[in-house]
Ligand binder design. Structure first.
Ligand SMILES: Nc1nc2c(ncn2[C@@H]2O[C@H](COP(=O)(O)OP(=O)(O)O)[C@@H](O)[C@H]2O)c(=O)[nH]1
Ligand SMILES: [Mg+2]
Length: 276
């Protein structure tokens, strides 16, 4: 099915979901992560798995998973290029009405994806972030300095975007497909978290929501890789993408957000213009 920059949602069909999973040396957790997505995500159209030049068996496991389930599509980056580059490749390959990111390391539970994308499915949101800092269920207690760094980055990002977010660095970012597929992404490393947020904020009329999620964080010993340098880079990206990047430079085609609106007609999120 073709996608344009401004599709009208088909209100008779359930919204189809693309999950993008970047994976770099995730041999121990990849199979379980993929299976969790396949089993626990309703309305899953495809899982676009991007093997980011891994040096372990990630690529071979990914190919095997694609043989086992036709919803799994694997893309191999020619060499390790970082999470942002992997996501960029993955986003471009998606075909779903809704696109969400899922890391390959089991820090986030795919069973919660349905709740994260729910405001988009119901026509209330264009973008939803899963927040680890809203009222939540289970959350592993980990590094305090990471928490401070994350809060600091979120605060500075909010100052520039004027969006009152609680967790800009979250993995769970969900978008109406035409928004993320039309977005230009030029940062590297883990820069996408800041860049994407800044570019979403530039879109007039873009309705951004947060949904509380659980967080099963891992330690550096268990494989966490993001570090101090990534935090510094994020600080620079906040300035670069908020102050020195225009709306037209942020999108190949600026998505038309007039479609798919819904107004609450009753308590809860039931609205007349549900996407499904
Ligand atoms: N660290 C790192 N992660 C990558 C890279 N390419 C893809 N990824 C994937 O990006 C996701 C997030 O990585 P992780 O180290 O867990 O970062 P964090 O959870 O944001 O601290 C995982 O699924 C990684 O496998 C890369 O070059 N470096
Ligand atoms: Mg992680």
């Amino acid at each position: 099915m073709a996608h344009s920059a401004s599709p009208s949602p088909d209100t008779t069909q359930p919204a189809r979901l693309s999950v993008v999973m970047p994976a770099y040396n995730e041999e121990p957790t990849l199979r379980e992560s993929v299976q969790a997505v396949l089993e626990r995500v309703p309305g899953l159209l495809e899982l676009v798995l991007v093997n980011d030049g891994s040096r372990d068996r990630t690529g071979a496991i990914a190919d095997q998973l694609a043989l086992e389930d036709s919803r799994v599509r694997v893309i191999h980056q020619p060499r390790n290029m970082g999470k942002t580059a992997a996501l960029k490749t993955g986003f471009a390959a998606t075909r779903g009405d809704i696109v969400i990111v899922q890391d390959a390391d089991l820090e986030y539970d795919p069973a919660e994806i349905d709740a994260v994308v729910d405001p988009i499915r119901k026509g209330f949101a264009d973008v939803v972030y899963g927040s680890r800092f809203l009222v939540r269920k289970a959350a592993r207690i980990l590094y305090f300095y990471h928490y401070i760094a994350n809060k600091g980055l979120t605060f500075c990002s909010n100052l520039c975007t004027n969006l009152n977010m609680t967790d800009v660095e979250t993995c769970y970012k969900a978008f109406r497909g035409e928004i993320i597929r039309n977005m230009t992404i030029t940062s590297t490393g883990f820069g996408c978290e800041i860049e994407v947020t800044a570019k979403v904020a530039k879109l007039k009329g873009c309705r951004v929501y947060e949904v509380p999620i659980s967080y099963y964080g891992r330690t550096f010993e268990e494989g966490k890789k993001i570090g101090f340098k990534d935090g510094l880079a994020a600080g620079w990206y906040i300035l670069r993408y908020n102050l020195f990047c225009s709306l037209t430079a942020s999108y190949t085609t600026i998505p038309d957000l007039r479609h798919g609106r819904a107004q609450p007609s009753a308590p809860g999120l039931e609205g007349p213009a549900r996407i499904h």
